[in-house]
Design a protein around this ligand. Structure first.
Ligand code: FRU
Length: 518
């Protein structure tokens, strides 16, 4: 009798497992089909469906990189914010996870960060489990609608199973607010020297720094920026961290600040300050504006906490508040930039923050032999491909006078002009395809100043992914991230030499990039 029961049990288990496998395959197949929609990036992170904005809670823990993000699951426009969630082992291939944080009676869940509380300073850890703690802003739309200004406070939540499930702290908010209209986006890190948590928070036109010993009780310690940097819009999404200056033992602190309007080419932009942080005050002698990305589509970017080897890896939201809700996609809206490694270099007296795709991106790129080409005066090099929708174009050159051009059979064109007379790169997407879904998208040339580009050979690297183009000049010294919506894939790539001397392009490659969803 016992044997019969065991036999029946085994049969039921086998059937159940098969069904589970089939349904898993079903999901995988569905994902593959779904992720083929027009304009869907193939090697950048996108949510499965609906609206996404800022990256949140970037943290590495137990072998996985977490990407939380501002998410509204019920529409492809901004709405009551949740924290969406995805995980990855290499920051290139992503697995979508269930929503991590839902709005509650204290408000929507706005941007913030996550830390690994290794010493259990918060006391959230039980049975020796190390808590992952999320620090975020609560936003009360109902108060704002009634004209109130005390809409934003800071809350925390914790997870004891590596981000799978979350519990909100019962005594939220941990930082209350009755006077400031804009008061948000806490970025927290462990400051070894003072053995305390430091929070960088934006408050309209400046940042405020807070200190805590347990992530629950916070003391304001200083502020920065009222009279420094670009102030074309409200400050958002700060990040503060230390970096070594390449090739030296010098260490500097970097403060990243996004501004909602007033970016270098209109709308949203990300500036940074190089300075020092003594555990209480951040100071910077910088007088000029510094832009992390000159393109229009890299916003609200921040860096990972707790990475192996303390690498500084940055991810930004590949859009712009000017037109983010109007871009021509249907099932989902917005993508993240490629993860980029940050490094600090000194040019004369000036420090520049480089940002450049992390190495694992190369695993997706076709391994083809580079070639050297020479373009004679007033001549051009042109080649036609089946499609350039997932492509890396790269080369080295000494010249600062040439034009790169992508186009399709409908004569939709993107051009990137390097101009030594003005020391500018001019990015033209005015005729790149669909541009009129919003006035600001395609109404003007975008410029990037390349005044500190060395006179020696430097690299130009372009990554095209269906509806985005990322341009990296000299290993990320100068960067432009731009969305593009051609009605057909670009198929032709051209380099024009409009000067009176020949130009050498070495290590030239046009390589295909594979999809992360296949
Ligand atoms: C930046 C931002 C943040 C805010 C979030 C709301 O894009 O405005 O300041 O927390 O988006 O979704």
């Amino acid at each position: 009798m016992k044997k019969v029961a065991l036999y029946i049990f085994l049969i039921i288990t086998v059937i159940a497992c098969n069904e589970q496998n089939n349904s898993k395959e079903g999901v995988a197949l569905e994902t593959k089909l779904k992720f083929k929609e027009k304009y869907r990036p193939q090697f950048h992170f996108t949510p499965e469906k609906s609206w996404m904005n800022d990256p949140n809670g970037l943290v590495y823990n137990e072998g996985v990189y977490h990407l939380f993000y501002q998410y509204y699951p019920d529409a492809t426009v901004w709405g009551p914010m949740h924290w969406g969630h995805a995980v990855s082992k290499d920051m290139i291939h992503w697995e979508h996870k269930p929503i991590a944080l839902f709005p509650d009676k204290q408000g929507f869940i706005f941007s913030g960060s996550a830390v690994i509380d290794k010493e259990n300073t918060s006391g959230f850890g039980i049975d020796g489990k190390i808590p992952m703690v999320a620090i975020y802003t609560y936003f009360r739309l109902d108060i704002e609608k009634k004209g109130g200004i005390n809409t934003q406070t800071q809350g925390i939540a914790y997870s004891l199973d590596n981000g799978e499930t979350w519990t909100k702290y019962e005594n939220n908010p941990v930082i209350d607010n009755t006077t400031l209209k804009d008061f948000r986006d806490p970025k927290v890190f462990w400051h070894k020297e003072t053995k305390s948590w430091i929070m960088t928070l934006v408050a309209g036109d400046h940042v405020k720094f807070y200190r805590s010993l347990n992530l629950k009780k916070w003391d304001e310690i200083s502020d920065f920026g009222k009279n420094q940097g670009a102030h074309g819009g409200v400050w958002e999404c700060p990040d503060l961290f230390k970096l070594k200056v390449a090739g030296t033992n010098e260490e500097k602190w970097v403060l990243i600040i996004s501004i909602g309007t007033g970016g270098p080419n209109g709308g949203s932009g990300t500036q940074y300050f190089i300075g020092d942080f003594d555990g209480t005050n951040f100071t910077s002698e910088q007088t000029e504006f510094k832009w992390l990305d000159w393109g229009t589509d890299n916003y609200a970017g921040v860096t990972y906490n707790n990475t192996p080897n303390s690498e500084r890896i940055f991810i930004g939201w590949m859009s712009n508040w000017q037109y983010a809700v109007s871009t021509p996609t249907k099932e989902w809206r917005s993508a993240m930039t490629l993860p980029r490694k940050l490094s600090l270099k000194k040019y004369g007296d000036s420090y520049l923050l480089h940002n450049y795709p992390i190495k694992s991106v190369t695993s997706l790129i076709e391994d083809i032999k580079p070639k050297n080409i020479k373009i004679e005066p007033k001549d051009e090099w042109v080649d036609v491909y089946e499609s350039l929708n997932k492509t890396e174009i790269s080369f080295k050159t000494k010249s600062k006078d040439f034009v790169l051009m992508l186009s399709n059979k409908k004569e939709e064109t993107v051009s990137i002009k390097f101009d030594s007379a003005s020391n500018l790169v001019l990015f033209d997407r005015t005729k790149s395809g669909l541009v009129d879904f919003q006035l600001d998208f395609g109404n003007k040339l975008h410029y990037m100043s390349i005044d500190k580009l060395p006179e020696t050979f430097y690299e130009v690297r372009i990554l095209i992914d269906n509806s985005s183009l990322e341009l990296f000049v000299n290993d990320g010294q100068y960067v432009m991230t731009e969305q593009l919506f051609p009605t057909e894939n670009y198929t032709s790539f051209k380099i024009e030499n409009n000067t009176d001397t020949s130009i050498d392009f070495t290590n030239f490659r046009v390589a295909k990039i594979s999809s992360i969803w296949e």
